[in-house]
Design a binder for this molecule. Structure first.
Ligand code: R5P
Length: 223
């Protein structure tokens, strides 16, 4: 049984005809997007708005019509994966580097559904290093300020070359000890000049779709 496929495809049940859907990034939402593509082929009428170039490519491949922000009034629903989900539905995201566009779209959506295989569930956030997107200019200084908040940041690299986000920025993966006040940390990080956004999504998820130990689908929600 593929846990990511099960939760990813379950989320499709919340997509209704006529909706504008925020399409997340990653290996879990891959299954949502693929399934949506099949439904579009069978007549479902939706428009997608992608959170990354990778997702834009996938959505085009599976035949989901895409829109830009200037063409829509609102996003009805956003669906995305996460790297960690705590008991209060706070998230760490950005393992794939798409956190900024993901946060813009999750914030703009009337409803935000998170799909997470059971390994993503934690009591407290922090075992997964928190991704922080920073502008390349002066990143060495930005790094020191992030460090002052109590973590050891590592510049994400591929073969010795800094990883570049879709926005042309760098990512620091920041090892904090357990994150006990995610809301405060989210704000404090974003106060640092040079920080564009961080991967803490606090109070944003409306629903979390996951599996329990018996592999039964669990849906928890605020509403
Ligand atoms: O930047 C990437 C995103 O935040 C993903 O949603 C997150 O990393 C989860 O990805 P996956 O579903 O591949 O575990």
């Amino acid at each position: 049984m593929n846990d990511k496929k099960v939760v990813g495809e379950k989320a499709v049940e919340y997509v209704k005809d006529g909706m504008v859907v925020g399409l997340g990034t990653g290996s879990t939402v891959f299954h949502t997007i693929s399934k949506l593509g099949k439904l579009v082929e069978e007549g479902l009428s939706i428009k997608g708005i992608p959170t990354s170039k990778q997702t834009e490519k996938l959505a085009k491949e599976v035949g989901i019509p895409l829109v830009m922000f200037n063409e829509i009034e609102q996003i009805d629903l956003a669906i995305d994966g996460a790297d960690e989900v705590d008991d209060d539905f706070n998230l760490i995201k950005g393992g794939g580097g798409a956190l900024l566009r993901e946060k813009i779209i999750a914030k703009a959506a009337k409803s935000f559904i998170v799909i997470a295989d059971p390994h993503k569930r934690v009591n407290k956030l922090g075992a997964f290093p928190l991704p922080v997107e920073v502008v390349p200019f002066g990143f060495e200084m930005t790094m020191k300020h992030i460090q002052d908040l109590g973590c050891s940041p590592h510049l994400r690299q591929n073969n010795g070359i800094p990883f570049l986000t879709d926005n042309g920025n760098y990512i620091f993966d920041c090892h904090f000890p357990k994150i006990s006040q995610p809301g405060e940390l989210e704000k404090n990080l974003n106060l640092i000049p040079g920080v564009v956004e961080n991967g803490l999504f606090v109070g944003m998820a409306d629903k979390v779709i996951t599996l329990n130990r018996e592999k039964t689908i669990i849906i928890n929600g605020r509403v």
